[in-house]
Design a protein. Structure first.
Length: 335
């Protein structure tokens, strides 16, 4: 009798722990307070797996029937709120293919790529970039020589490129103007397309992510909070500079790079008014970009204003960098 009572109590305790974790998780991810940044740096499905493990254990070992309901709640939560699950609505979308970008419904597309090259620590990523024949490439963690090597490999001396603060932008078109922000790893260029249209391109590399996951340590929570606030300030400054130096948002604009924060982080909300995330709109496959061997965070993103409609997008693994690259095809619309 005592053993049966102990099993029941343990079962209820596991169910209660799963429900408690669900409450904390929903509060943290829906409100995204800075003080809980250390909690939300992990994707919601990580906490979902823990919650499912608790509720399933309660049922499998202790036959706590309520655990089935809690398991269902967790399953629905992950499907509805996990960034990785959002691409389920894009199942009918076509993925970009290596080589020259194919037209989309008979219309030419602009192929854009972003990749953190990790200063070639893992190898030379140039062949991986060249395989996709992009029109515009956003590079992070590169040297001036590496930026030039990408331009030479892609366009055989006929392209254009700029370097600033370990960032680089390479394009097959003419660079008409450059705006630099000396305070941050961020650069802004005006590109002139062959048709005479101008496209504004912003390449960012926000403050490096906090890596301290010792959640029992108060300093870890403080570090994650401060890093999130720093990234918010950097992106806000980049957007202010864009508004001050370009006819934004009337000019087609691409903004991308390494955000060093998951796609669910509130820093991305700064872009919600004027930009659309290419992967959310047209992405296929597993979109997480870091770490390349076991990617669990979507740190690398491409955004565009309404004049550039994402029609294909995919994250692709490269053996020569610790980030997966992101490639997207855009239609350049009128207006």
């Amino acid at each position: 009798m005592n053993a049966a009572r102990t099993r029941r109590r343990l079962g209820w305790a596991l169910v209660g722990a799963s429900l408690g974790l669900h409450f904390v998780t929903m509060f943290a991810f829906s409100r995204q307070p800075d003080r809980l940044a250390a909690f939300t740096v992990a994707p919601i499905w990580i906490w979902g797996l823990i919650g499912l493990a608790l509720s399933c254990s309660a049922f499998l070992f202790l036959r706590a029937s309520l655990s089935l309901i809690v398991t269902g709640i967790w399953a629905v939560t992950v499907l509805l709120f996990a960034d990785e699950a959002q691409v389920l609505v894009n199942l009918a979308k076509q993925a970009p293919a290596p080589g020259a970008a194919a037209p989309y419904k008979g219309q030419p597309v602009v192929r854009v790529m972003t990749i953190n090259c990790a200063h070639s620590e893992f190898g030379n990523p140039v062949p991986d970039i060249a395989a996709w024949q992009p029109d515009v490439v956003l590079l992070q963690e590169v040297s001036p020589a590496e930026v030039k090597s990408v331009a030479d490999a892609l366009y055989d001396g006929h392209g254009d490129y700029r370097f600033h603060e370990s960032n680089g932008i390479v394009t097959r078109w003419k660079i008409k103007r450059e705006v630099r922000n000396p305070a941050f790893r961020e650069q802004q260029l005006t590109l002139l397309t062959p048709t005479g249209r101008e496209i504004e391109v912003v390449n960012i590399h926000l403050t490096s992510a906090a890596t301290d996951l010792r959640l029992w340590n108060r300093s870890a929570w403080r570090t994650h909070r401060e890093v999130r606030q720093a990234r918010r300030q950097e992106l806000s400054t980049a957007l202010q500079l864009l508004e001050q130096t370009a006819p934004f948002p009337s000019r087609p604009t691409l903004l991308g790079g390494d955000f060093n924060s998951p796609a669910s982080d509130p820093v991305h909300l700064l872009l919600a008014r004027d930009f659309t995330d290419a992967f959310s709109a047209a992405g296929t496959g597993w979109g997480d970009t870091f770490q390349r061997r076991v990617p669990i965070l979507r740190l690398d993103c491409l955004y565009s204003t309404h004049q550039l409609k994402a029609v294909r997008c995919q994250a692709v693994t490269s053996r020569n960098t610790d980030h997966r690259l992101v490639v997207a095809d855009f239609l350049l619309l009128n207006g």
